[in-house]
Design a protein around this ligand. Structure first.
Ligand code: GRF
Length: 216
């Protein structure tokens, strides 16, 4: 597998991380198309800058979610896309997309799922008082951030963190693990049993992630 399609609604920094990984030869993939529901998304500008084919589809063209998804799926299929990558895509997918690409759609979410689903989750994590947050790459099903988890990265929360500083540290991890997850999928190193996702030839974790150390 090599052909990916990316759906993005916003600034597209994860899209950029994927483009960079491909251009640096770290990820053997081809972005066949970028689709955005927002013509003003900076993600679209990134597509232009890197000469990647893109489409924008406005919500008003297809007010019904299923019709919108049928149009999106049509473009992806037309381009021979094998793996669909959501990168800050602000729409919940309908069954139409899921049926067209079963276990072939992934998303990145800026929390350690299943904690804190939906929007503004870095603030939700801070307000809850968690000591660790992070990000999750997961398969997409029809629920909200509910599909099987592929990989996660942990980000410790510090006392001085604000929503902005925590988001920035999580984002750095997003950019690191998203291309990694795509690579594993394209190399067919991922298998799924129930909700559990297994990675072929993965190394065992070497250490636990620690809280800030205090002497007692
Ligand atoms: C990221 O935080 C991602 O985890 C979430 O939406 C944000 C998109 O950011 N799903 P960007 O558009 O990739 O910069």
């Amino acid at each position: 597998m090599k052909n990916i399609g990316i759906l993005a609604s916003g600034r597209g920094s994860n899209l950029q991380a994927i483009i960079d990984a491909i251009e640096a030869g770290r990820l053997n993939a081809e972005i066949k198309i970028i689709i955005s529901d927002n013509p003003f998304a900076f993600a679209v500008e990134r597509a232009r800058r890197h000469n990647i084919p893109f489409r924008t589809i406005a919500k008003k063209e297809f007010p019904l979610r299923e019709d919108f998804d049928r149009a999106v799926a049509g473009h992806l299929k037309e381009q021979g896309v094998e793996l669909v990558v959501l990168a800050g895509y602000m729409r919940l997918l309908s069954g139409v997309m899921i049926k067209e690409f079963p276990m072939r759609i992934i998303n990145i979410h800026p929390s350690l799922l299943p904690s804190f689903t939906g929007l503004d989750v870095q603030k939700k994590a801070l307000d809850w008082g968690v000591k660790f947050s992070g990000c999750t790459v997961h398969f997409v099903d029809e629920g909200l951030d509910s599909g099987p988890i592929i990989i996660q990265a942990v980000v410790p929360v510090s006392d001085s963190d604000t929503k902005e500083t925590l988001s920035e540290r999580i984002l750095r991890e997003e950019h690191r693990i998203y291309p990694m997850a795509i690579k594993l999928l394209l190399e067919e190193k991922i298998s799924v049993r129930g909700r559990r996702v297994f990675i072929k030839d993965a190394e065992e974790p070497q250490s636990a992630v620690e809280n800030p150390v205090v002497t007692i």
